[in-house]
Ligand binder design. Structure first.
Ligand code: ADP
Ligand code: LRH
Length: 489
């Protein structure tokens, strides 16, 4: 076919959206047809995802999309739902920011030493990796009754189609997959006591993943068979597929609730140095490896906004960013990759405490606090881009920023200044775009090669370039601040 229309369901930690993409004669036209909030809910002391509200958002979005040639789903990584023997969901999926995984990495380390775990899985330490969640759930009635584990996009796909599978890029975030063989590691699963038979068979981006069930078509008003196509169902895998790069001398930063900063590689880096630098080897589309570090991202700012709102002094984001832009640069900075900022709540106070503890001035008020967050994110971006190049023995010329942070001009400029490299910003909806192009390709509407797909994106999308050195701190000031963060890490 020479043209086609596809629907991407993209669920981020802060919102979900359904975007359609019409591909025709080497161009891609995007339309956001539905957006809905993603609000976690705490019950009985546990933080959950409201997965039924999200599923309702998916159905509403598909109805708004109208006739499409295929549907693809992606979401944040690591989290899952458990199904019983009848295929019913056992409880609401638990949020990765829930405290249940505290201490689980140490428990796993007793049977699989961290160096061995890294050699087998290539995954950075994050307290919420699926492996640690499954170990935390051990002994629970729910896990005992479970016959299947489905990662979030696979769970929603199952509700749409009745077909169960485990998409590969997202499976690579479980810490149960070997990035060299691109299959589950029985060695790790056995040592950690995880039953791999709970996982549905692996499928790859581009594989068929069933068709909308008749009941779903009725509810969404869609007619005729509508195929569901597996995409890079880890949102970051889809976002990286949509990086509009020319050539391979680029680093990427996917900025949304998280900043995921690193390189696209052909094979994993499993060195001990890479492990201690906390770099991860997640799997990307087309046999690639996403070699990156997780940085707390705009979560730091989102949480400040939430606190200020609850305190009765709501801040309007664009006015706040304008005020932050005129604050003094690098007045106080923190380590934006530090997992201590993972849990929700009291963020302005925690930021102030971090500054105080490191002997820096405490940010006064929302504008200085926002500036501290953005300077710190830019520094963390620089450290990740620097470290990734050293550890993977690669050099980059350009940094691509994609995701919601593209809308934050100050963050893009600070990132260019901190890295001392040009930043190409866009697309903001990278995960949805990556989701769409993998579908369009699987249905033969756009060319197959990732390089050609990226060339098409360069032509189709509005991009903006930020040059380093616009006066937000000198190269020497950024270098000094980076050194200080590195020394205190
Ligand atoms: P996720 O997919 O993780 O939920 P997104 O990629 O949607 O995250 O990014 C959301 C973030 O993007 C917000 O927290 C906000 O900081 C930033 N953002 C979105 N729109 C704007 C805007 N108009 N101006 C500045 N920042 C924005
Ligand atoms: C970003 C993301 C990231 C994961 C985190 C749980 O949305 O998928 O890549 O580490 O959520």
């Amino acid at each position: 076919p020479r043209s086609g229309t596809f629907a991407a369901v993209d669920l981020g930690a802060s919102s979900g959206r359904v975007v359609t993409g019409h591909a025709e004669r080497g161009t891609l036209r995007l339309r956001e047809v539905h957006r809905f909030p993603n609000r976690p809910v705490r019950t009985g002391g546990t933080l959950h995802w409201d997965v039924l509200a999200l599923y309702q958002g998916v159905l509403d979005g598909l109805r708004a999309a109208g006739r499409v040639d295929s549907v693809g789903l992606d979401s944040w990584a690591v989290d899952y739902g458990l199904l019983d023997a009848d295929g019913a969901l056992l409880g609401n999926p638990v949020h990765y920011r829930d405290a249940r995984t505290e201490g689980m990495a140490d428990r796993v380390a007793r049977s699989v030493p961290p160096a061995e775990l890294y050699a087998h899985t290539g995954l950075q330490y994050l307290p919420f990796n699926t492996l640690y969640q499954l170990v935390a759930a051990r002994g629970s009635a729910q896990l005992a009754a479970a016959r299947q584990v489905l990662l979030i996009p696979d769970l929603l796909s199952y509700w749409l189609t009745g077909v169960r599978g485990t998409e590969l890029t997202n499976a690579s975030t479980t810490q149960l997959l070997d990035p060299r063989t691109r299959s589950f590691s029985t060695a790790v699963a056995e040592a950690a006591g995880v039953d791999l038979s709970l996982f549905a068979p692996l499928r790859e981006p581009g594989d068929p993943a069933g068709e909308l069930l008749p009941g779903v078509r009725e509810e969404t008003g869609l007619e005729g068979p509508v195929p569901v196509t597996a995409v890079g169902s880890h949102d970051t895998a889809s976002a990286v597929a949509a990086v509009p790069a020319t050539g391979d001398r680029f680093a990427y930063i996917a900025t949304g609730t998280w900043s995921l900063a690193g390189l696209e590689l052909a094979s994993p880096v499993l060195s001990e140095e890479s492990r201690t630098a906390n770099f991860t080897n997640e799997l990307g589309v087309d046999g690639t490896v996403r070699y990156l570090r997780n940085i707390m991202g705009l979560w730091l700012l989102q949480e400040c906004l939430r606190t200020w709102e609850a305190e009765g002094r709501p801040q309007e984001l664009s006015a706040l960013l304008r005020a932050a832009a005129s604050c003094a640069p690098l007045r106080s900075v923190l380590d934006a990759a530090d997992p201590r900022f993972l849990p929700p709540g009291g963020m302005p106070e925690r930021i102030a405490d971090a500054c105080r503890a490191s002997g820096q001035p405490v940010p006064e008020g929302p504008a200085q606090t926002a500036r501290c967050v953005l300077d710190s994110l830019a520094l963390a971006h620089r450290l990740a881009v620097e470290d990734a190049q050293r550890l993977a023995d690669r050099e980059v010329e350009t940094v691509h920023v994609v995701g919601g942070g593209v809308h934050n001009e100050l963050l893009c400029q600070l990132t260019a200044d901190a890295c001392g490299l040009p930043v190409v910003a866009g697309p903001a909806e990278a995960a949805a775009v990556g989701n769409l192009v993998v579908q369009a390709r699987a249905h033969g509407v756009i060319p197959g090669d990732l390089g050609l797909v990226r060339a098409l994106l360069c032509d189709s999308l509005p991009l903006r370039t930020y040059q380093p050195g616009d006066g937000h701190g000198s190269p020497e000031e950024w270098a000094r601040a980076a050194r200080e963060i590195r020394e205190h890490r």
